[in-house]
Design a protein around this ligand. Structure first.
Ligand code: B4P
Length: 190
C-alpha cells in the first residue's frame, strides 16, 4: 500500500495537489477539511460544532477528526493506498494514525511537506476567499490565526515523521504542474 501524508500550512496546495495525485496513483483521498465541510453542509451536530471552530481559524478536536478517518479507512478495505490531506494536524493525530494503520498491517510510506512562505499563503487564501464562500478564507485576521495555529500545533508533526525518516520537503512555490512533478519524483522513489 502507498500511504502518503500531504502536509503544509493552510493554502500550501495540499488539496490542489491531492486532486492530481489521486488521478495519477489511484489512491483514496482523505481530506479532513472536506469531510468536515460535508458535515457542515448536511447540518449534522458534528458539523455545527466544527463550523464554529473552523470559521474562527481553530482546529477541530482530535477525537472528532480521528473518528472520521477511522470510519473512512474501514469503509475502503480494498484501497491501493490513501492520501491524507490536512491530517494529521497534531502529534496526537499522528500517533492515532500510526495506531490505526498498524492495526491493519499498514504504515505511512512518507510525508510530503509543501514549503510556502506566509505572504504567499495569505495571498492565495484571500484570492480563494473571493469566490469560495469559505468564511475562514475571507478575513485576513482569521487567515493569520490559522497560520499561528499551524505553527504552534501542526508544525511539530513534521518532526514526528522526520524522526521516522519519512519527511520529504518540497518547494510549494511555482506553477501547480512544476510542484506536482517534484512530488511525483519523490513518490516514484517509494
Ligand atoms: P483544510 O480544508 O485542510 O484547508 P486548508 O489547509 O486551508 O487548504 P489547502 O491547503 O488544502 O488548500 P490549497 O492549499 O490546496 O482545513 C480547513 C479547516 O478545517 C482548518 O482550519 C481546521 O479548522 C479544520 N480541520 C481540517 N483538518 C483538521 C484536522 N486534522 N484537525 C483539526 N482540524 C482540522 O489551496 C489554497 C489556494 O491556493 C487555492 O485557491 C489554490 O487554487 C491555490 N493554489 C494552490 N497551489 C497553488 C500554486 N502553486 N500557486 C498559486 N496558487 C495555488
Amino acid at each position: 500500500m502507498l500511504n502518503l501524508v500531504l502536509f503544509g500550512p493552510p493554502g500550501a496546495g495540499k488539496g490542489t495537489q491531492s486532486q492530481k495525485l489521486i488521478e495519477k496513483y489511484q489512491l483514496v483521498h482523505l481530506s479532513t477539511g472536506d469531510l468536515l465541510r460535508s458535515e457542515i453542509a448536511q447540518g449534522t451536530t458534528l458539523g455545527l460544532e466544527a463550523k464554529k471552530l473552523m470559521d474562527d481559524g481553530k482546529l477541530v478536536p482530535d477525537e472528532v477528526v480521528i473518528g472520521m478517518i477511522s470510519n473512512k479507512l474501514d469503509s475502503n478495505p480494498d484501497a491501493k493506498g490513501f492520501i491524507f490531506d490536512g491530517f494529521p494536524r497534531t502529534v496526537a493525530q499522528a500517533e492515532a494514525l500510526d495506531n490505526l494503520l498498524t492495526s491493519k498491517n499498514a504504515q505511512i510510506s512518507g510525508m510530503i511537506a509543501l514549503q510556502v512562505d506566509e505572504k504567499e499563503l495569505e495571498k492565495r487564501l484571500l484570492l480563494r476567499g473571493k469566490d469560495s464562500g469559505r468564511a475562514d478564507d475571507a478575513n485576513p485576521e482569521i487567515i493569520r490565526k490559522r497560520i499561528v495555529e499551524y505553527n504552534s500545533k501542526t508544525a511539530p508533526v513534521a518532526s514526528y515523521y522526520e524522526q521516522q525518516e519519512k519527511l520529504q520537503n518540497i518547494n510549494g512555490i511555482g506553477s501547480i504542474d512544476e510542484i506536482f512533478d517534484s512530488i511525483c519524483a519523490v513518490i516514484d522513489r517509494y
